[in-house]
Write a protein of this length. Sequence first.
Length: 134
Amino acid sequence: TVLLDYLSCRGDALIERPWRAVGDFADGLAADFRKRVELPLAQHIGELATRASTILPLIDGTPTASMIGSDISFTVRALPKVLLHVELSQENQEFPAEAWVLYSHNADAFLSPGGLRALGELFRDRLLSLLRIY
């Protein structure tokens, strides 16, 4: 459904920033997205930290400077005109492990809210499967 959604889009040019959370695109998506995408990723931050140089090229990911001081930050070209920005912070004495997946500013011009959620889930599945393999 993501590809059909993307191919029937009304957008024309990518606008990368400012990054937006999935909840910015539609009410009610944020809690489900957190549970289904961000929390599962947060459980694997340590693994990704040690294998980032191997995994990132496989998902068209590029390391970036963190916007919030997280331990790992990267951008992924999920679709030709839709980017994901990922911030990962490892657990410490004060805070639990956290993951944030943000979308390029006008991602909603290329995908419906359901397509944005599905893209996040596909990204999660791909990243976690690569962590099992590599």
